[in-house]
Ligand binder design. Structure first.
Ligand code: FES
Length: 108
């Protein structure tokens, strides 16, 4: 089950990749020419901060060992065999709405 949380675009930096915090969760927010993507911040390979990486041909590239993760679905590039958690983002004018998986313990 997803919890949809909003963040004002006015609170964002005008950069391609930035670290954001929403509902106490840190995410990597990527702005492309077409849309926004939200991913986990830690690289699945060895935990590097992906907000320090860059985008290349539809992939988020890790700044440490340059593993690549598809922006659309988090799938690692061919041969990596891993994936990066991604979160759905809706662009609602002045706000972005990001879907975060609800932790089971929040139901109690
Ligand atoms: S820590 Fe990201 S590729 Fe190694």
């Amino acid at each position: 089950m997803l919890e949809w949380l909003s963040i004002a675009k006015g609170d964002l930096l005008d950069v391609e990749i930035q670290l954001i915090e929403i509902a106490s969760k840190k995410l990597c927010l990527i702005k492309t020419d077409d849309c926004y993507y939200a991913t986990a911040t830690k690289c699945p390979h060895a935990g590097a901060d992906l907000s320090k990486g860059w985008c290349e041909k539809g992939y988020l590239v890790c700044p440490i060992h340059r593993f690549q993760y598809r922006l659309e679905n988090g799938r690692g590039a061919e041969g990596q065999g891993d994936y990066l958690p991604v979160y759905p983002v809706k662009d609602e004018g002045d706000f972005l709405i990001i879907g975060i998986k609800k932790s089971w313990f929040k139901f109690w």
